[in-house]
Design a protein around this ligand. Structure first.
Ligand code: UT7
Length: 330
């Protein structure tokens, strides 16, 4: 994305909402059936607990609550929503999309609705896709949602992965707002997206409709993903800041994908963001894939730290590999 021309539209976040299922699974709960312990999980990942969707509670249900909360925060009604994009890798069904299910469940009128599949990077990808509608005046009220039931992809005998993931959903409302073409504009200011399909075997699910005909389980070479994460994300962050025309010193809040506390800290250190500007929620809900950034954003707004007018830096990395970053002023 190039710098917007004077007077052009910006995609402004006008409301944020989150939802975590009520069932909490602690590290100690997991240690009852897999060879792990609270000390290892906390020390290596920072995770203390994760939420698990109830039987019969699906990704679209999580997404629907998050969307309704984001609409309420924005002061908008479902009847005004004309675009819904859901970032998910755990849809209720192979098709139709979760987005169309959310559209029906919230009671939104006929409009545009589809899913984006970029795994943990999904929310950053979906924001950039939505910007293509909102900042061109093609959508007046868009919902961008990250929603996942990652626990449904776990091999509960694989301690290297099953302790890392959880379920949840987060959503934002995006609306067009006239900007001045300056970095002081509120709204989405820049993003950078990356994918490298040659790294597929580092993080993937070993099933699917066209191959095995099954859902499959998540497989990950954790330490290799870890190494790629810190290096790759840092490059994408610097690229997105350059596009937005801002420096790291101007960033008020760094809202990373919540996969591992050590990755969050490693990336922040590498790009020169101080610890106190990092929003971390990984201890509370583990890795919720595409939902983690909007959940962390919602958390920071609810506890009063993140305020309108502040400059936010979002970033993520996930299966594909995919990764990316996004700079916006709230
Ligand atoms: O959102 C998508 C992106 N995903 C990520 O960002 C995840 C990236 N990777 C990571 O977060 C880390 O690599 C992990 C948390 C997955 C693993 O941490 P690590 O420091 O890289 O550990 P490791 O895989 O090198 O394993 C170290 C040891 C091994 O034992 P040995 O071989 O040294 O005897 C593992 O078997 O830790 C063992 N181990 C465990 N021990 C207790 C692995 N998982 C567990 C466990 N409990 N749950």
């Amino acid at each position: 994305m190039t710098e917007a021309s004077p007077g052009s539209l910006r995609s402004l976040v006008t409301g944020v909402g989150g939802y975590l299922p009520s069932d909490i699974v602690t590290n100690t709960d997991l240690a009852k059936f897999v060879d792990t312990n609270d000390e290892w999980i906390v020390e290596r990942t920072g995770i203390r607990q994760r939420h698990r969707a109830a039987e019969g509670e699906f990704t679209s249900d999580l997404a629907t609550v998050a969307a309704q909360r984001a609409l309420a925060a924005a002061g908008r009604k479902a009847s005004e929503v004309d675009l819904i994009i859901v970032a998910t890798t755990t849809p209720d069904l192979t098709f139709p999309s979760v987005a169309t299910m959310v559209q029906y469940k919230i009671g939104a009128p006929v409009g545009i609705a589809f899913d984006v599949q970029a795994v943990c990077s999904g929310f950053v990808y979906a924001m950039s896709v939505a910007d293509g509608f909102v900042a061109r005046g093609l959508s007046k009220c868009a919902l961008v949602i990250g929603a996942e039931t990652m626990t449904r992809l776990m091999d509960w005998a694989d301690r290297g992965t099953c302790v890392l993931f959880g379920d949840g959903a987060g959503a934002v409302v995006l609306e067009p707002q006239k900007g001045q073409g300056r970095t002081s504009d509120r709204g989405l200011l820049g993003f950078s997206l990356r994918a490298d399909g040659s790294k597929k075997d580092l993080l993937f699910v070993d099933g699917g409709p066209s191959s095995t005909g099954t859902v499959g389980h998540l497989r990950m070479l954790g330490n290799q993903v870890f190494r790629h994460a810190v290096v790759n994300i840092s490059e994408a962050i610097e690229a997105s800041a350059a596009v937005a025309g801002v420096t790291m010193a101007e960033v008020d809040w760094f809202i990373p994908h919540q996969a591992n506390q050590r990755i969050l800290e490693g990336v922040a250190k590498r790009v020169g963001i101080p610890e106190e500007k990092v929003i971390s929620t990984v201890a509370l809900h583990a890795n919720t894939s595409a939902a983690s950034i909007p959940l962390a954003l919602n958390h920071g707004i609810e506890d009063g730290r993140i305020k309108p007018g502040q400059l936010l830096l979002l970033e993520a990395m996930g299966g594909g590999l995919t990764w990316g970053a996004c700079v916006l002023r709230l």
